[in-house]
Design a protein around this ligand. Structure first.
Ligand SMILES: *[C@@H]1O[C@H](CO)[C@@H](O)[C@H](O)[C@H]1NC(C)=O
Ligand SMILES: *[C@@H]1O[C@H](CO)[C@@H](O)[C@H](O)[C@H]1NC(C)=O
Length: 392
């Protein structure tokens, strides 16, 4: 059986999702770096606004005070909750708003951007309203439900002329619970969720509760037992759920959370934990052609070999000259353990081209991919015309 078949489409999907995530997070960090670089030389920029904001943060204005400057604002006053028109509340790390009530947050900045729980990013029932006033932005969410529970972030924007960027350093986050007497867990549209237990990475089971007062326990479906949460191997955080800090194969299986509050007991969605041996590094394939110069009609064999850790999934894909015209080639794949011990494996894919033609001339590229990344290697093959048989 080939490894590719073993992996199946689900894992390929997991792989691509993972890669997209990596790309996104890289982008965010790059963006952040770029922004920080932008900001430090920005001192020489003569625009009044950033300077003023800076002065406010550091205390009294070093230079000529502008007539419009009001009392210096405190960092914690940047985000406030508005209750019953005109009553303001400084927000801490978390706030609770009864499900059904209105959430109104006011964030200092001109302008500001908001980041909401992903479920709300798609809100299309007209419950959410975001308005930018001259000096602050207001987020209003009406007819709230437990499903709105999550992190709300306000990003004051850093603007140079018309070019505005999120000011990540000044982001203000508040976690908002919407205690719902009927729903102890934030509802999920999926009956179960598949989660990878990566050998080198903490795993999170979100099972988000709508009330910070709920008692949450972790359970295994089979055998039906409560899983011990010792705070070290597995810990619980009311905003993040359960975290398995160093996943081991025995953590795998079907798990779910149970919440207890005021006589109500509810179970969360199920989490199917699948243990994945995570590679230390991206694969390093080696490519070799049976010959780099062939005569039309010869058979070609190009091998791509990856040495790696045991039980680490590697996918090998090919690009070759005849691909465009749909030349049907075939591959042979194999996995062999190496090194005597139980630690290494050799994964090989062999591309076979029967009776090469001139369309088969060119570069053969093999790409090997594991959960850490991918690497491509190429080799070039030349096809010489067949010598005409001498006339008798
Ligand atoms: C909010 O709830 C009220 C009362 O149930 C209803 O009349 C109104 O249409 C709802 N508004 C939105 C935007 O869902
Ligand atoms: C949660 O559990 C603790 C200890 O098991 C108990 O003392 C507390 O009353 C429980 N709280 C609720 C809201 O059930």
């Amino acid at each position: 059986m080939t490894l590719v078949n073993l992996l199946g489409s689900k894992w390929r999907l997991v792989l691509s999702v993972l890669f997209i995530c990596i790309i996104i997070s890289e982008l965010v960090y790059c963006h952040k770096d770029a922004q920080e670089q932008r900001r430090s030389p920005g001192k020489k920029a003569k625009t009044g606004k950033p300077k003023q904001a800076k002065a406010v943060k550091k205390g009294p204005l070093p230079v000529k005070p502008k007539p419009k400057v009001k009392a210096p604002m405190q960092a914690q006053n940047l985000l406030i909750q508005v209750i019953n028109r005109g009553k303001f509340l400084k927000v801490g790390e978390t706030i609770s708003v009864h499900a059904g009530d209105t959430l109104e947050l006011r964030c200092r900045g001109k302008p500001v951007q908001w980041a909401l729980p992903s479920y709300l990013e798609e809100e299309d029932e007209g419950r959410l309203r975001i308005v930018q006033h001259e000096r602050y932005g207001v987020l209003t969410l009406i007819n709230t439900t437990g499903a709105d529970t999550g992190e709300y972030t306000c990003y004051p924007m850093f603007c140079e002329d018309t070019d505005c960027r999120k000011n990540y350093d000044k982001a203000i986050k508040v976690f908002v619970f919407f205690p719902d007497p009927q729903e102890l867990f934030v509802p999920s549209s999926d009956y179960y969720e598949v989660i990878q237990l990566r050998s080198n990475w903490p795993t999170r089971l979100p099972c988000q509760v709508t009330s910070p007062a709920a008692n949450v326990t972790l359970h295994r479906e089979f055998p039906p037992v409560e899983v011990a949460v010792d705070g070290t191997e597995i810990s619980f955080n009311v905003k993040k759920g359960f975290t398995i800090h160093r996943p081991r194969p025995y953590h795998a299986g079907a798990l779910y959370c149970v919440a207890n509050l005021g006589g109500l007991r509810q179970s969360s969605t199920k989490y199917m934990l699948i243990y994945v041996n995570y590679p230390m590094a991206p694969p390093a394939p080696i490519i070799q052609a049976s010959s780099t110069s062939l005569t039309a009609g010869d058979n070609l064999r190009v091998s791509c070999t990856v040495m790696g850790e045991r039980n680490v999934a590697v996918e090998i894909t090919w690009e070759y000259p005849g691909q465009q015209i749909g030349r049907p080639l075939y591959t042979l794949e194999s996995i062999n353990s190496v090194g005597g011990g139980a630690t290494g494996q050799q994964i090989q894919s062999i591309l076979l081209v029967d009776e090469v033609r001139d369309v088969d001339q060119g570069a053969y590229t093999c790409t090997a991919e594991n959960l850490q990344g991918s690497k491509s290697v190429s080799t070039t093959v030349k096809v010489l015309p067949k010598a005409k048989p001498p006339k008798p």
